[in-house]
Design a protein around this ligand. Structure first.
Ligand SMILES: C[S@@+](CC[C@H](N)C(=O)[O-])C[C@H]1O[C@@H](n2cnc3c(N)ncnc32)[C@H](O)[C@@H]1O
Length: 198
């Protein structure tokens, strides 16, 4: 991540103290366990992480934007929050019962996502797709999903929900997104896509 990006996100969290949980997370909450450890990847100011804390999960939330991390700690003192650049970090295997990945697209992180979730754990993932270019041709296509890309990346897991659609977020312009809920199989026949344990 460039320092210009970090400045952009820090500015945003400075002027906007609170983030609500994403609709897709609220809608799919029945797939969450009642306890366990969750990781919120690129959590921003912690709206999704806070939703999990309020449901009784222990949450580790990480983001490169320190202002977002500080906001999350202020609002949910129970959170284990850290300023981390996900492009430079290695995670332990089988560490989490839940992983959230909302509106952050780093493809080379996906093999780690696959290994760091415990067998039986749940991944909830939503981010923008290339359809977004129809209304925002200025967006960098590298950070937008291609059709069916997310489902294919987890096709050997139990895919509980998958859809690609246009959604309205908080009255802003419509966003083209792919949304996934997938469970890592409890009995793991290791897949070629899984990384060796770190
Ligand atoms: C669109 S926001 C999404 C925030 C939150 N997940 C949500 O759903 O509202 C993208 C987040 O990714 C974070 N981010 C970007 N690059 C990152 C990196 N290399 N490591 C960690 N976080 C990063 C930004 O700071 C920002 O908070």
């Amino acid at each position: 991540m460039s320092s210009a990006d970090a400045i952009k996100w820090n500015e945003r969290y400075r002027s906007n103290a609170f983030q609500s949980p994403r609709e897709f997370l609220i809608e799919q909450a029945s797939h969450l366990p009642q306890h366990g450890v969750a990781l919120d990847i690129a959590m921003g100011a912690g709206g999704n992480a806070g939703f999990l804390i309020d449901r009784g999960l222990r949450v580790i939330g990480v983001d490169v934007a320190e202002v977002g991390v500080r906001r999350a700690r202020q609002r949910w003192p129970q959170i284990d929050a850290a300023v981390i650049d996900l492009e430079r970090y290695r995670w332990p295997a089988c560490a989490f019962d839940v992983i959230l990945n909302f509106y952050y697209c780093q493809r080379d992180l996906w093999p780690q996502l696959r290994s760091m979730l415990k067998p039986g754990g749940v991944l909830i993932f939503e981010t923008l797709t290339r359809d977004m270019l129809q209304t925002r041709p200025d967006y960098n296509p590298d950070y937008l999903l291609t059709p069916d890309e997310l489902r294919c990346a987890f096709a050997d897991w139990d895919v509980l929900v998958y859809r690609e659609d246009w959604i309205d977020i908080g009255g802003h312009w419509p966003r083209a997104v792919a949304s996934l809920v997938a469970r890592r199989p409890s009995t793991t026949l290791r897949s070629a896509q899984d990384e060796p344990a770190a």
